[in-house]
Design a protein around this ligand. Sequence first.
Ligand code: PGA
Length: 271
Amino acid sequence: MQKRLIIANWKMNPLSQKEAEHLFEVVKKGIKEIENVETVICPPFIYLLSFKLQPASSKILALGAQNCHWEQKGAYTGDISPLMLRESGCQYVIIGHSERRKYFGETDELINKKLKSSLRAGLRPILCIGEETRDTFDSRGRPLNEMSLVVGEQLEKALDGISLGRIRDIVVAYEPIWAISTNDGRSCLPISAMQANLFIKKILSKLYNRQIAGQVKVVYGGSVNAKNAESYIKEAGMDGLLIGAASLNASEFLKIIKRVNNSFYENPPRF
Ligand code: PGA
C-alpha cells in the first residue's frame, strides 16, 4: 500500500521558537510506531533549521515550507529560494495556497513558475487548488459548476509545461476555500471531496495518461479534524490530508495520524 501523506500547515504559528520546537518534538515522538503515513511538517521558514531530522526517520517524518520564490537566487528582498529550502532540510513546499492567492495576489502563471523552480531545486511541491463557492446556482436556477471550472483551470494552468517525468513529484491538494478554517462545523462532505478527487484524476489523465494520473497523490484540506479525517480517506479515496488549525494541537494531530494510519479505502476511486 502507498503511504498516506499528512501535511501540517502551521501557517503563521506558533509565535515562539520554544513552542515550535515543543510541538515538533511531541509530534516526532508520537509517530514512532506509524507505518502507513508520511507526516510532513510545514512551519514558518524561521523554525526550519532548528528541526533536525534523523536520516532514519526521514521516511515517516519530513519537513516542508509554505512558499518559495520562482527563481533560484537573486535580488528579491524578503523572499526565499527553493534551493535554500532544500539546503535547510525541506523535501516539500506548499505552492499556491489560497491564502497566498488571496493576500499576495499569486496568479496561476506565477504558481506555474514556482512549481517549476521548486522541482528544479529537488523539492516536491504540494499544489493547492480549490474553488471559492461550490454547488450554487445562477438567478435562473442553472448550476454554476464552480468546482470543475475552477479546479480544471487552476490545474491546467499550474501544470503547463510540466513533463510526464516530473508530474509524479507533485502532490495535488484539493482545498475548497469555503471549507477552510470554518469555525461553525461546516466542512466538505466526503462525497464532494470524492467528486473533486475523481475530477482531478480525470484532468491528469487528459494532460498525461491514466496510469500516471493514478500515481499522483491527491490530498484533501479544509477544516480536517480527528472526527472527520478518516472519512476523507475511506469514503473520498484521498491519498492524504493537508491540515491547518488541527495541526497546531499535538494531541488532535496525532489522533488524526493514528486514525489515518489504520484506515483503508472503502471505495477505491475509479476514474
Ligand atoms: P484548516 O486549514 O485545516 O485550518 O482549515 C487548511 C489549510 O488552509 O491548508
